[in-house]
Design a protein around this ligand. Structure first.
Ligand code: MG
Length: 242
């Protein structure tokens, strides 16, 4: 009985709202007007991007060990020089959209995790795996496009050895409370060669080689590219801060 009364009352109040005259204009939203951005043409960055590597030099990068980045630049690409360590951006970032193109060696050497291994690390600790996963077997949560040891890519859209491939990554940094608690974990979306392979997945912490991930609070951080001992190349690298 009480329920029926509530429903009747609700209807009484709802009817005037429903009978209100709606016009198309009432649901048009005229602000804010999105800022104008000129899209890149054929593999070039959009007008509001921060270019991290345009094929000429490593001025946006440094060695995490200190000093300048030790990788090789030739033919418009930068290539891992084994043993020099990874390279990281001089600038620190929070939430970003990153475009990066990569190429594993044309000459196939090694197998599994030893074949064309590198990686894109946000905050130097959250890895989107770079690997030659073209007809090559490894654990799927460690193949190309995996969030290393946390998320298997939805599909394997890897091109063959020696071919250029793209990653478009939207990385949302974790949010921490003042006491260090995780308010919201890191969230990542990845398109590999234009195909969605990670759809808004949550990270359970830094991508660990051994053991269980566990967050520690941090602020902005560098984007790092991994030296895993294989001569993987990169070019056309740009980022947009979100
Ligand atoms: Mg790696």
């Amino acid at each position: 009985m009480k329920t029926t009364l509530s429903v009747l009352l609700l209807l009484l109040f709802a009817i005037p709202a429903q009978s209100q005259e709606f016009t198309p204009e009432m649901t048009e939203k005229w602000s804010p007007v999105p800022e104008k951005v000129t899209p890149g043409l054929m593999g070039t960055p959009p007008s509001d991007a921060i270019v991290l590597f345009d094929g000429t030099d490593l001025s946006s990068w440094e060695s995490p060990r200190g000093g300048s980045a030790g990788w090789t630049v030739s033919d418009g690409a930068m290539t891992v020089k084994a043993g020099t360590g990874g390279i990281r951006t001089r600038q620190a970032f929070g939430d970003v959209q990153l475009h990066i193109e990569w190429r594993t060696p044309a000459e196939v050497m090694g197998d599994g995790q030893g074949r064309g291994n590198s990686g894109v690390f946000f905050h130097e600790m959250y890895e989107v795996q770079v690997l030659d996963s073209y007809e090559s077997i490894t654990y799927p949560n460690g193949q190309a496009g995996s969030i290393y040891k946390q998320h298997i890519p939805l599909v394997n859209v890897t091109r063959g050895p020696g071919e250029w491939q793209t990653y478009d990554i939207i990385f949302q940094s974790p949010v921490f409370a003042e006491d260090g608690d995780v308010v919201r974990p890191a969230i990542v979306t990845v398109l590999h060669n234009g195909v969605l392979i990670q759809n808004h997945v949550e990270l359970s912490g830094p991508t660990e080689y051994i053991g269980i991930p566990d967050y520690s609070a941090h602020g902005k951080g560098a984007i790092m590219l991994q030296d895993h001992g294989n001569p993987v190349s990169y070019h056309n690298v740009w980022v947009r801060e979100l």
